[in-house]
Design a protein around this ligand. Structure first.
Ligand SMILES: Cc1ncc(COP(=O)(O)O)c(C=O)c1O
Length: 457
């Protein structure tokens, strides 16, 4: 498969080094076999997340120099606001320091204990915020999402039948808002079609339920719509994004993804009453409404990054990297989620290590093995991240897929870095029958993957 050359050249470099196998073994042991606990310096190729790990462009760095650090009404705020208005079209918006802050505000102002929030699939922080509000996240993605070999081009789509039935049995009065995540990070970075977004909006609105979009990878999702959805081939990425958000009552975004910045986010709505509540909560928790926990210079970097993130050459290269890595791994027999998603390659740890049951964490086992073999850092997206005790029976409910996500930071790694990842994965694959699972030695109740510790079985 061809590798599409980077549409940029490198002007500043950050040295990385590969520590010895012995040092890797010592490092992961003292990290309690949790890759979040490693020193970044002990990682060679860091695919832990695409969130906040991208490289900013010369235009973004230049914009930071124009940052206005006024407490209220800064010029930077208005530049950010204009771009949000143009792309997303919501009447009201506030900056937040990252995506989860927006989620926290939304849950605090809209959600009561015992209520339900449906989505295609919630990601970890969204799920954590909803559970912290004593409410229940509900995932209603279509069945194809659970079959890694299914080539459905829109595996992030919500199952409309399940959604309607869920609303009818739960009662719309118990659903303060519904959402959809684009692209679906917990399910392989798979896109959602515009047709599905339109229909989901119609269903929510038919029952008087507010519709919010978790928008952090909206540009990648829009690019997939242009590539894969009939009727959109001649549309610009901007016009596709505008159409997506025209169906929603609000959106939140972690700008650390498709806005190509290292920190930032926002929450946007159409309703003035909700906006007033958001402002009060924001001032209490994040900062004044024109900076929301960010420096003025950060707002400028987001304003420029949001526009760069829509560039088609960039998006072709970006999704091309993911497709390249997916194809290389797959052609070496390594089971991966197909088709390639936007921001990451998802290894199917359940299929690769079928002898390790979910409660012994095949994904964690695979993630640790990749580190030991080549100091490649990915993240488990399986039972460590998403298993939870059933509130009625106390029995652990395991997710249907045990994955390891190799998230590709934006504009950071080159083809040879990805080739190194493939070589590392091949070595792990050859030893697949020798691996044993892990058990917790410590795990907090919520968002446990971030700080849990393990021991090998
Ligand atoms: C789909 C999705 N929603 C929300 C978030 C939370 O954003 P942040 O990390 O900026 O708090 C993330 C972060 O990875 C995400 O992938």
């Amino acid at each position: 498969m061809n590798y599409q050359p980077e549409p940029f050249r490198i002007k500043m470099v950050e040295p990385i080094r590969l520590i010895s196998k012995q040092d890797r073994a010592a490092a992961i042991k003292s990290a309690g076999y949790n890759l979040f606990n490693l020193k970044a310096d002990d990682v060679y190729i860091d695919l832990l997340t695409d969130s906040g790990t991208g490289s900013m462009s010369q235009y973004q760095w230049a914009a930071m120099m124009t940052g206005d650090e006024s407490y209220a009404g800064a010029k930077s705020y208005f530049r950010f606001s204009d771009v949000v208005q143009e792309i997303f079209g919501f009447e009201y918006f506030v900056p937040t320091h990252q995506g989860r802050a927006a989620e926290n505000i939304l849950v605090n102002i809209l959600v009561k204990p015992g209520q339900f929030i449906p989505s295609n699939m919630h990601f970890d922080t969204t799920e954590g915020n909803i559970r912290a509000g004593k409410a229940f996240p509900v995932n209603l993605v279509n069945e194809n999402a659970f079959d890694p070999s299914n080539l459905d081009p829109f595996k992030g789509n919500m199952d409309l039948k399940k959604l309607r039935e869920f609303i009818q049995t739960t009662g719309p009065e118990n659903i303060p808002f519904g959402s959809i995540t684009i692209t679906n990070n917990a399910g392989g970075g798979q896109p959602v079609s515009l047709e599905n977004i339109r229909q989901v909006a119609e269903i929510y609105h038919e029952y008087g339920i507010l519709f919010f979009i978790d928008a952090c990878r909206f540009a990648e999702n829009s690019y997939f719509i242009k590539q894969r959805e009939t009727g959109y081939q001649n549309h610009s990425i901007l016009s596709i994004a505008q159409e997506i958000f025209s169906y929603a009552d609000g959106a939140w975004m972690s700008a650390k993804k498709d806005a190509l910045v290292n920190i930032g986010g926002f929450l946007a709505v159409r309703d003035n009453n909700i906006y007033q509540k958001i402002c009060n909560e924001l001032i209490l928790k994040e900062g004044f409404i024109s900076y929301g926990g960010l420096a003025g210079r950060d707002l400028d970097a987001v304003a420029v990054g949001l526009q760069e993130g829509l560039d088609e050459d960039y998006l072709a290269y970006r999704t091309g990297q993911t497709a390249y890595l997916t194809e290389k791994l797959s052609s070496n027999g390594i089971p991966v989620m197909q088709p390639a998603g936007g921001h990451a390659v998802y290894l199917d740890a359940g299929a690769l290590l079928p002898h390790i049951p979910p409660h012994q964490f095949p994904g964690q086992t695979l993630a640790v093995a990749l580190y030991l073999e080549g100091a490649v850092r990915g993240v488990e997206i399986g039972s460590v991240m998403f298993a939870y005790p059933d509130p009625d029976t106390g029995k652990m409910v395991h997710p249907r897929l045990e994955l390891v996500r190799l998230a590709i930071p934006r504009r950071v790694y080159t083809q040879s870095h990805l080739d190194f990842v493939v070589e590392t994965a091949k070595q792990v694959y050859e030893q697949k029958n020798n691996y044993k699972g892990y058990e917790f030695t410590y795990a907090p109740e919520l968002l446990r993957h971030f700080t849990a510790r393990f021991k090998p079985l």
